[in-house]
Design a protein around this ligand. Structure first.
Ligand code: FES
Length: 111
């Protein structure tokens, strides 16, 4: 059977750890999965790579899709590009490649 649920370990801004699951067959991205679990993430632009308020820090050693120019520009403007593992959650598709990923919400997600 093809596995269509992956697990994600997410640390929120209060330091609370959430072990969540997300389906790989619904076109979700990491920001959608966080929202679907009713965890606070600002994500103002709704996933358009235009706000940086879905910034997360990747803590595990998963290989992720390359950043697009739009993602890179947005993280740069938000002054978080240099923070190690900094990405936009809305630009990371939910797939088996990120099963078991560990992420922390960035400060911008709660402003
Ligand atoms: S939700 Fe705005 S950049 Fe991701």
């Amino acid at each position: 059977m093809v596995k269509n649920l992956i697990s994600i370990k997410l640390t929120d801004l209060e330091g609370q750890v959430h072990n969540i699951e997300a389906p790989t067959d619904m076109g979700f991205n990491l920001m959608d999965a966080i929202r679907a679990n009713e965890i606070q993430i600002k994500a103002t632009c709704g996933g358009m790579a235009m706000c940086a308020t879905c910034n997360v820090l990747i803590k595990s050693d998963h290989s992720l899709p390359e950043m697009s120019g739009a993602e890179e520009d947005m993280l740069d403007e938000a002054f978080v590009l240099e923070v190690e593992g900094s990405r936009l959650a809305c630009q990371i598709p939910i797939s088996t490649a990120i099963d078991g990923i560990e992420v922390e919400l960035g400060e911008l997600t709660g402003e």
